[in-house]
Design a protein around this ligand. Structure first.
Ligand SMILES: NC(=O)c1ccc[n+]([C@@H]2O[C@H](COP(=O)([O-])OP(=O)(O)OC[C@H]3O[C@@H](n4cnc5c(N)ncnc54)[C@H](OP(=O)(O)O)[C@@H]3O)[C@@H](O)[C@H]2O)c1
Length: 245
């Protein structure tokens, strides 16, 4: 198959590209660094010519409005009338209040549904790398904060393979959720990351406010029954990335 991957240079898109190439597919990477801007549309029509499937694993950059970004990207992709559009979304992004990134994912899903091309919505949980992102985002001088959150993190490598599985299959509408093998506490993940990476400092749990903070804490962002699960646990990931070097 000829598979285009929007955001094919990002965390998830890179892994989808690796999985697709390993299975013998031809991969077209759609990213600004590859000369394709899916917001302005520059370079998109030529790159999308003749594709069998498009995976949308694009993500916002600082300054982008998530809703406008995702609606525009899906509009650009659907405009090329691919036989199958797969969008990478987040589990229960529609139940987490008005958090901008999640509002963007919901807008992406709705744009895919309204786009007039056969589609699959691939909702996944947070990635193991989320622990590192929270560690860096939650640093204030010598202090490190992490929101309390119930999460079922998944390996990005398995997300990439899952996206290619979906591209190889028929359009499915909303696919079952995809998540990691077990539930974790985000605070403990961030502590584990800090220890394993050698940062080793104290992490202070906090509650984020509003509906999004509640959704983080009450299990709303865990995969739904019937979900498909990857196999690599967060501890496996820490061992692979930091301890097996
Ligand atoms: N991280 C998570 O835990 C998680 C979990 C589930 C779902 N998701 C969702 O999955 C998606 C991918 O996440 P990620 O962490 O892999 O993202 P990422 O690493 O930030 O990568 C974003 C990708 O989008 C591309 N991009 C940005 N603006 C573009 C534009 N105007 N035109 C074309 N390409 C553009 C970037 O390439 P250039 O900069 O070269 O353009 C890059 O390849 C996001 O929408 C995210 O919300 C993330």
């Amino acid at each position: 198959m000829r598979i285009a991957i929007a955001g094919g240079t990002g965390q998830a898109g890179t892994q989808a590209a690796l999985a697709a190439r390993a299975r013998g597919h031809e991969v077209i990477v759609l990213a600004r660094s590859e000369g394709v801007d899916l917001v302005s549309g520059a370079g998109a029509a030529a790159a999308l010519d003749g594709v069998d499937a498009v995976i949308d694993a694009s993500g916002v950059r600082p300054g982008d409005d998530p809703v406008t970004f995702h609606e525009t990207v899906v509009h650009t992709l659907a405009g090329a009338a691919p036989p199958h559009l797969i969008v990478l979304s987040i589990v229960n992004c529609d139940r987490a209040g008005e958090y901008p990134l999640y509002a963007g994912k919901l807008a992406q899903e709705r744009a895919a549904e309204a786009g007039g091309v056969p589609f699959t919505i691939a909702r996944t949980t947070q990635l193991h790398e989320f622990a590192a992102q929270v560690w860096h985002m939650g640093t204030r001088g010598p202090l490190h904060f992490s929101p309390r959150m119930r999460t079922q993190p998944v390996a990005v490598r398995e997300v990439g393979a899952h996206l290619v599985d979906l591209a190889e299959a028929a359009p499915a509408g909303r696919a079952p959720d995809f998540g990691g093998p077990r539930e974790e506490s985000l605070v403990e993940m961030v502590r584990g990351y800090a220890r394993a990476s050698g940062a080793g400092r104290f992490v202070i749990p906090i509650n984020l406010g509003g509906a999004f903070g509640r959704a983080q804490r009450d299990g709303t962002l865990l995969p739904e029954p019937g979900a498909v699960h990857g196999t690599e646990t967060f501890d496996d990931w820490l061992t692979r990335v930091f301890l097996d070097r």
